[in-house]
Design a protein around this ligand. Structure first.
Ligand code: HEM
Length: 509
């Protein structure tokens, strides 16, 4: 009987692995059902180039691109419906579990629900926080925090000898959006106290660091064994800090749960759907305590960072396109003599403000990369490229779609007019043929943003109050940021930038 020495065994293993890799690469490039889909051969051969690109915070571009052996990124309007909307007679394209893996000890949330049934159930329950009635009831809280933002900035501007004050506006927007969500979510108008203290609450800062870390760790899940090793090797203090961060939010939830007050916040809407004894496994059941905790955690993050990004991006473009800023300022000031007249309802009717926001969502979507879903069996997608591609990861790449020169005239320029007359109805307008329906920054279909109405109302109110109260400009010596040069780790890694604020001349005291 031949006995292999350990060195021989090792060499045979390496040779075997090498042969397997060569075969796999050859098959990925020449025999895979996705071979007809355009994309760099290297990316089609291995997942590593895609992972490296994500690690570097860079997004990939192209209309339909095979970005990894089993992943295709779409920048086409049709893909919105194909991937994210219910298609009669077809199974749904479920979320890619790589990005929404289970966290041990936590119940599923609306964004991580692994089955359609549980997602439907959670969406129905959480939807009670976002009805038209809930929207009206949320307005006083939102108004209160936006007024505080203006008050704090006014103090700074009026206290400055030069008559103007330079602020890192990203921070101030984030202070505001987190304070709003802290109030609506935890029923505590000072849950984070960012505006009052003019600084980030430590919990918020920690959350920011987890965005990047979470995205990086998710990419490791593409390599199952490596992921297991790395997850086990994570420093204990890091894991502990993350758990502490989560527990802080849970405590806030329980504090609110025990408050015997009538508040028109998210909890007041969820209480009828909550039961401390709710068990698992029954799709009609009420929210259990751990579900309540995790879903509040998700709402807090989903409802703040996103709005902060769009406000920051839109302002960044506005201060660099003075004509747009002037038109917006004139519209808002011309429509309202008093800041109390700026309401959810009245602002929803301002054409230029809404065009500015649409353009802001186009050029600074909070989730720029593709929201990855998995193709179910028996479904065809992008038929021009061949056979059905079951189990392929697919998603609409918002950043590529919205900046595509074939879909938008002067696609990288900030032009609110593309959303208004005459662009809408005049075929002579260079913007008439723009693919406006392609812009779905809130996503669409089954998993679309449940907080869209609230998000839009916040964007309108904050932007409108800013230009109603202040003259905004790009400071000569301030910290500037080119929005499109920032890195993306699923969400935009926002760098702060400065805006110069001065009181509008007729309000100077
Ligand atoms: C400008 C503001 C916002 C933008 C652009 C935005 C964008 C998005 C996008 C793209 C998704 C889809 C995510 C996915 O498929 O995984 C989403 C989902 C979601 N958003 Fe928003 N969002 C915004 C504001 C808000 C606000 C204010 C809230 C709540 C307070 C919120 C709560 C949620 C929730 C709970 C989901 C998950 C929905 C589901 O899976 O059924 N969002 N949002």
């Amino acid at each position: 009987m031949a006995i292999f020495a350990p060195l021989d065994c090792f060499i045979y293993c390496v040779l075997g692995w090498f042969t397997h890799m060569v075969y796999k690469t050859w098959r990925n490039i020449y025999r895979d059902p996705l071979v007809k889909i355009p994309g760099p051969k290297l990316w089609a051969s291995f997942r590593l180039p895609y992972v490296i690109s994500l690690w570097r915070g860079r997004l990939v571009y192209g209309d339909i691109v095979r970005v990894a052996p089993n992943e295709v990124s779409f920048a086409t309007e049709a893909a919105w419906d194909d991937i994210y909307c219910h298609r009669s007679g077809h199974s749904p394209f479920l979320k890619n579990p790589i990005w929404w893996g289970e966290v041990p000890g936590r119940a599923e949330s609306i964004v991580s629900a692994s089955t359609t049934k549980n997602h439907e159930r959670l969406r129905r329950i959480i939807g009670s926080c976002f009805t038209d009635k809930a929207h009206v009831e949320a307005e006083p809280s939102v108004q209160q925090h936006v007024s505080k933002l203006i008050e704090k900035l006014t103090e700074r501007v009026s206290g400055s000898k030069s008559g103007s004050y330079i602020v890192n506006i990203v921070d101030w927007y984030m202070f505001t959006t987190f304070d709003i969500i802290g109030d609506l979510g935890f029923g505590d108008s000072n849950a984070f106290g960012c505006l009052d203290n003019s600084t980030y609450h430590p919990w918020v800062l920690e959350i920011f660091s987890y965005f990047k870390l979470g995205a990086l760790l998710s990419t490791i899940r593409f390599y199952d064994m490596l992921a297991q090793v790395i997850m086990r090797a994570l420093p204990a203090n890091m894991v502990k800090a993350q758990e502490k961060n989560y527990q802080w939010a849970c405590q806030k939830v329980h504090r609110r749960l025990n408050l015997e007050v009538q508040r028109r916040d998210f909890m007041s809407k969820l209480l009828p759907h909550f039961s401390p004894d709710a068990g698992m496994g029954d799709e009609t059941r009420k929210l259990s305590p751990t579900e309540l905790e995790n879903n509040f955690y998700v709402l807090t993050v989903a409802g703040s960072e996103t709005c902060g990004t769009v406000l920051s991006g839109t302002t960044n473009y506005l201060i660099k396109t003075p004509d747009s800023l002037r038109s917006l300022t004139e519209e808002v000031r011309g429509a309202f003599q008093d800041p109390n007249m700026l309401t959810f309802e009245s602002l929803s009717k301002l054409p230029y403000l809404n065009a500015v926001i649409k353009e802001g969502l186009r050029l600074s979507p909070p989730v720029g990369g593709a929201l990855s879903h998995v193709v179910p069996e028996g479904v065809t997608l992008c038929v021009e490229f061949g056979s059905p591609v079951a189990y392929t990861n697919v998603g609409v790449h918002q950043w590529s779609l919205y900046r595509s020169a074939t879909k938008f005239h002067k696609s990288t320029a900030f032009i609110p007019a593309r959303w208004l007359e005459p662009a809408l109805s005049d075929p002579e307008s260079p913007y008439h043929a723009d693919h406006r329906d392609a812009v779905q920054a809130f996503s669409t279909g089954t998993w679309a943003c449940i907080g869209k109405q609230l998000g839009l109302a916040e964007l309108r109110l904050i932007l409108a109050r800013m230009v109603w109260n202040f003259d905004l400009s790009l400071p000569v010596n301030g910290n500037n940021v080119v929005w499109e040069k920032q890195k993306h780790y699923v969400l935009v890694q926002k760098e702060g930038f400065d805006v110069e604020l001065s009181m509008r001349s007729d309000l100077r005291g």
